[in-house]
Design a protein around this ligand. Structure first.
Ligand code: NIG
Ligand code: FE
Length: 399
């Protein structure tokens, strides 16, 4: 499934529910890890002697996932806040008490770069086992120049050593640190005047991000940061409309964001703004599930004609899971996306949200082979339906 004659960039609207498939197919991967050929089994060439041939009868083979929104570099876990939430506190109330992102920032400050690298690499390798072949990783638990650079250096090491493609997103604008609690614009000044020039000089980021939402960064502050980032060639990929209709979608589109992410609060006006733009709406149902908050209106967005991508949002506060398979299940169960729409959203569209359009998320001759092989299943829909079953038998990644 997901096989194409030439690379495609993304699928939107009704096309999201279509996937190019060959029943009873062969697939040849060459010594360099590229897709050499594929087609129906009855037209398969003679396999050369010594070739490693595997019979995958009953299995499904589809493109590996791209995960275009994660925060996998973090220290410690936040299950105490999870319990606080069970007792009735909201995500915003926990953040106001100094928990949340600031709690993770304190712990990150006390943790060595080596330890951050080891724990993040462990999560990344679990993502690969779960079928992910390209991943975006954000900073944003540093919140000071020193600690943001520390996080980005960890991401650079992951990029160099991981078996999959990694892209770094600079998210100092994730929360206001305590020393700027009463001087929000002062923190934006610090990001624009001190952090961004240093991040750019050291080539530590591919993208720039802002948590544009009520109680966090305003539309004006977001615009300032995006504009400054663009001067250094950093494309925006931002957090928008998670908590309220924040204007985040519009400001992202205005600055040519690669993606706007979360979008739990998206209405007609926001869909209009996205339509005709090159910005990929990226939905994170893991966060809505974990926080018990409303889901993004995926069905309405697709019916409107938009593309959507999916991501894990793996982080210790709002989505402590790296499983893209579970994200596909949530997309189908909670957002009424068909299993095929969910697969397209997590592969071809997700690669585009990651700045890897036409390079990942599809099976195409000449392209690096990044594929998931399932255990035998009765149909593809079974993959999302059987939502806790490990149905992945093997993942092949090549970067
Ligand atoms: O994508 N919404 C903002 N940021 C993260 C949560 C980070 C945290 O709570 O540590 C998110 O959900
Ligand atoms: Fe996030």
């Amino acid at each position: 499934m997901g096989v194409y004659k030439s690379p495609i960039k993304y699928l939107s609207g009704k096309a999201m529910d279509i996937i190019s498939t060959i029943d009873d197919a062969y697939l040849i991967i060459d010594d360099e890890g590229r897709v050499a050929d594929f087609g129906p089994m009855d037209s398969a060439p003679e396999f050369p002697a010594g070739a490693d041939v595997e019979d995958l009868s009953g299995s499904f083979v589809f493109p590996a996932f791209a995960d275009p929104h994660t925060h996998i570099v973090y220290a410690g876990s936040r299950e105490q806040e999870f319990v606080d939430k069970i007792h009735g506190l909201s995500y915003v109330e926990i953040a106001k008490r100094g928990g949340g992102i600031l709690n993770s920032a304190d712990r990150l400050h006390q943790t060595s770069e080596d330890e951050l690298y080891e724990t993040a690499m462990e999560r990344l390798l679990r993502a690969v086992e779960g079928g992910t072949a390209a991943i975006e990783i954000k900073s944003g638990y540093g919140l000071s120049t020193e600690d943001e650079l520390k996080m980005l250096r960890v991401i650079r090491r992951l990029k160099e050593n991981a078996p999959i493609a990694v892209r770094a997103n600079f998210l100092a604008a994730h929360a206001f640190p305590r020393n700027y609690a009463n001087d929000h614009d002062g923190y934006v000044d610090l990001i624009v005047n001190e952090m961004l020039p240093e991040v750019a000089a050291q080539g530590l980021a591919d993208f720039v991000d802002v948590f544009c939402d009520t109680g966090f960064f305003t539309v004006e502050q977001t615009a300032r940061i995006l504009e400054a980032g663009l001067k250094y060639g950093l494309k925006p990929k931002i957090h928008a409309n998670e908590l309220e209709c924040s204007g985040g979608i519009q400001v992202g589109v205005e600055y040519g964001a690669l993606s706007v992410d979360h979008l739990e609060h998206t209405g007609e006006e926001e869909c209009e703004a996205l339509m005709g733009s090159h910005t990929m709406p990226t939905l994170l149902p893991g966060a809505a599930f974990f926080l018990g908050m409303p889901y993004a209106p995926a069905r309405r967005m697709i019916d409107f004609g938009l593309p959507v991508a999916l991501a894990s949002d793996c982080n210790p506060g709002s989505s402590p899971s790296i499983s893209m398979k579970f994200i596909l299940s949530l997309a189908s169960i909670k957002m009424r996306m068909t299993p095929i729409e969910a697969l397209n959203a997590a592969t071809v569209n997700a690669a585009t949200a990651l700045g890897l359009a036409g390079e990942y998320g599809q099976i195409c001759k000449g392209m690096k082979a990044n594929i998931v092989i399932t255990k035998p299943m009765p149909s593809f829909a079974y993959f999302a339906y059987s939502y806790t079953e490990n149905l992945i038998s093997r993942v092949i990644v090549n970067k």
